[in-house]
Design a protein around this ligand. Structure first.
Ligand SMILES: NC(=O)c1ccc[n+]([C@@H]2O[C@H](COP(=O)([O-])OP(=O)(O)OC[C@H]3O[C@@H](n4cnc5c(N)ncnc54)[C@H](O)[C@@H]3O)[C@@H](O)[C@H]2O)c1
Length: 256
């Protein structure tokens, strides 16, 4: 292996990385990518069957699956005590879990609104709040929060999801600024994927998927691994001065 390739493969050796929504889609690809580069990964999800399957596919040893509903404060407290007991620190927190559906704003019930806000935005607050002591113990903690192009620009039917993901965008900046202001060695950045080929986008049907392809300058959906690559960059030492900002990975969608 060439020297440059070897050092890239070791970027996360000795680091503890927690990924939410890690059973499937972008979260699973992200857990896979971190494990491939030497990290010990704590994979969290509500879907325990899929979670166990994903944990079993990871390269390396020491990874573990933890059942965690990102909207539950008691679940976060319990998960942090598992991480503290096993590792004593957390180097990287990837708040990936999220969910949305296309629905006319004026046909959205308060209950539906609150579900979207809880999964996408409350979850990031809870994670940040409860993971911070362990991230501080890392001495070089990094938070990567999953937003979306829909946190930057809206589409018809994306109202609650866009409101939640826009909230994630500025909550991330607040986290970065308040960490710096209070002397915590933790960076925070958000990632904004365009249309990614996962179950979340398969749910909309092939016609809508083709319309999305047509709207993207690169003419295709993203692979989950292409989003994971951006997450790993933000979490890595190569991004040591990248803080409170956003990385858009959208095939050019928001450029036109
Ligand atoms: N797919 C896209 O086009 C796209 C685009 C931009 C942003 N995103 C965002 O990327 C993230 C991942 O999306 P995906 O496409 O991989 O979705 P996915 O549906 O393929 O996977 C999401 C995972 O999150 C888990 N999950 C759902 N609710 C949870 C909860 N309450 N607690 C814990 N885990 C939970 C699911 O079980 C699943 O394993 C989401 O935040 C999504 O909003 C996706």
């Amino acid at each position: 292996m060439a020297e440059a390739e070897r050092s890239l493969a070791q970027r996360f050796a000795g680091r503890i990385v927690l990924v939410t929504g890690a059973a499937k889609g972008i979260g699973a690809a992200t857990a896979q990518a971190f494990a491939s580069e030497g990290a010990t990964v704590v994979l969290c999800d509500i879907d325990e069957t899929a979670l166990n399957r994903t944990v079993d596919t990871l390269p390396g040893t020491g990874h573990r699956g933890v059942r965690l509903d990102v909207t539950s404060e008691p679940d976060w407290i319990a998960a942090m005590s598992v991480v503290e007991g096993a590792f004593g620190k957390l180097d990287v927190l990837v708040n990936n879990a999220g969910w949305g559906e296309l629905r006319n704003l004026f046909e959205t019930s308060f209950e539906q609104w609150r579900k979207v806000i809880a999964i996408n935005l409350d979850s990031v607050f809870l994670a940040t709040r409860h993971a911070m002591p362990l991230l501080e113990k890392s001495g070089r903690g990094s938070i990567v929060n999953m937003s979306s192009i829909r946190g930057l620009v809206v589409g018809v039917g994306s109202g609650p999801y866009s409101a939640a993901k826009a909230g994630v965008h500025l909550l991330t900046k607040a986290t970065a600024v308040e960490c710096a202001a209070t002397g915590k060695p933790v960076r925070a950045n958000s990632i904004h994927p365009g249309f990614v080929d996962t179950m979340l986008s398969k749910d909309i049907g092939e016609e809508a998927r083709n319309a999305r392809r047509a709207a993207v300058p690169q003419g295709r959906l993203a692979e989950p691994a292409e989003i994971a690559a951006g997450i790993l960059f933000l979490a890595s030492d190569a991004a040591s001065y990248v803080n409170g900002t956003e990385l858009v990975v959208d095939g050019g969608f928001t450029a036109v």
